[in-house]
Design a protein around this ligand. Structure first.
Ligand code: PMP
Length: 373
């Protein structure tokens, strides 16, 4: 088969080619059942097994403790911005650390249901750094503290989750990990709830993963829709309503791919994390060495997944940005345009992006600089 283009989309994003091929092969007849997974009852034995295997593999990959439920939901990250306060806020206080566009959106949505306090705001520094946890204004009665552990637009990532206890807070930590879930291990001892849309590292859009600690299941507001009540969804093993079956199936194949994945003498999440570290180091190294391009995020919180970059100073013209993107496309490097709110370029290098994809981008950066710098 010919080499597919390298796809740098921020999401929906590239999936492992092996998985796509398997999906194609199983499309008309899944394992001799005579049905596509899309055509199966979610309560039948075939899909029940697919879903249970997916959950078990995910639990194993991320070493999710037994006191956490894994929920397969719908609605995406933005729906969770409402679903989480409906389930956890009790209509009281919620603290949000704003480190970029997505946590800002979370704070705005939570205001409909709770008294939101901005514990810290990275806006004055244009979201180029994470305000130090020691400076966060955490309220004693907050029902939870929300962070976005990887800001997809601004390219800012928490490389260590905050230890709220050490900061004097007993509130559970909620993390929106949409754009880096499964790219690295998670320290569950610091987390009360984690959520993320699937369409970056996990599978097709339509599926949202929620990891929720058992003791947080009992506090939903009466107005919370039943289909979004964590307790109800957990009790029904994500089958209270029809779950996004095809997305769960593809996600399950991605989990199996990741269990098989090896790199640098490691396997599974440890292997993909190491490759993600290496890919990011290669790209940031090239940007930092360049006189034409720049990344503006502080070194200690640069995202391994989403790397925004810009033409420097006087080079940053609409014409040269367009020339860069056209040239990239001609080299089979797709979807490098930055988010419309910030402009410039962005390379999203999720789990499915091979090292060769980043090498090809770096080679292009150098050629473009030699021609235009
Ligand atoms: N949070 C983060 C960190 C995201 O990257 C996104 C989507 N890019 C969202 C929330 C919103 O997700 P959705 O479009 O699935 O609602």
């Amino acid at each position: 088969m010919t080499q597919r283009p390298f796809n740098f989309s921020a999401g929906p994003a590239a999936l492992p080619e092996e998985v796509l091929s398997q999906v194609a092969a199983e499309m008309l007849d899944w394992h001799g059942s005579g049905m596509s997974v899309m055509e199966m009852s979610h309560r039948g034995p075939e899909f029940t097994a697919i879903c249970a295997t997916a959950e078990r593999d995910l639990r194993e990959l991320l070493q999710v403790p037994s006191n956490f439920h894994i929920l397969f939901m719908q609605g995406g990250g933005l729906a969770e911005n409402a679903i989480v306060p409906l389930n956890l806020s009790r209509g009281g206080e919620v603290d949000v650390v704003v480190t970029g566009s997505w946590s800002k959106k979370s704070a705005e949505e939570a205001r409909r249901y709770a008294d939101v306090g901005i514990a810290a705001d990275g806006a004055p520094a244009k979201y180029s750094a994470i305000p130090s946890p020691a400076s966060w204004q955490l309220r004693k009665n907050a029902a939870y503290v929300h962070i976005c552990s990887n800001e997809t637009i601004d390219g800012v990532e928490f490389h260590q989750l905050p230890d709220l206890k050490a900061l004097g807070s007993d509130a559970p930590l909620v993390i929106d990990c949409s754009s880096h879930q499964l790219s690295r291990s998670i320290d569950w001892s610091k987390v009360g709830l984690a959520f993320g849309g699937a369409q970056k590292n996990i599978g097709p859009a339509g599926l949202t993963l929620v990891f929720v600690r058992e003791d947080l299941l009992d506090r939903a507001l009466a107005i919370c829709p039943s289909a979004f009540e964590f307790k109800t969804v957990a009790a029904a093993q994500s089958m209270y309503n029809t779950p996004p079956t095809f997305s769960i199936y593809v996600a399950g194949l991605v989990f199996q791919w990741l269990k098989r994945f090896s790199y640098a003498g490691k396997t599974g999440v440890a292997a993909i994390e190491q490759r993600n570290i290496d890919k990011a180091a290669l790209l940031y190294g090239a940007l930092d060495a360049s006189n034409l391009f720049e990344n503006r995020v502080a070194a200690d919180c640069r995202s391994r997944m989403n790397i925004p970059f810009y033409l420097r100073g006087e080079y940053n013209t609409p014409a040269l940005n367009a020339a860069f993107l056209d040239g990239a496309k001609a080299r089979q490097l797709l979807q490098l345009k930055g988010h419309k709110s910030v402009g410039g370029m962005r390379a999203s290098i999720y789990n499915a992006m091979p090292l060769e994809g980043v090498q090809a981008l770096v080679a292009y950066l150098k050629d473009f600089e030699a021609q235009h710098g």
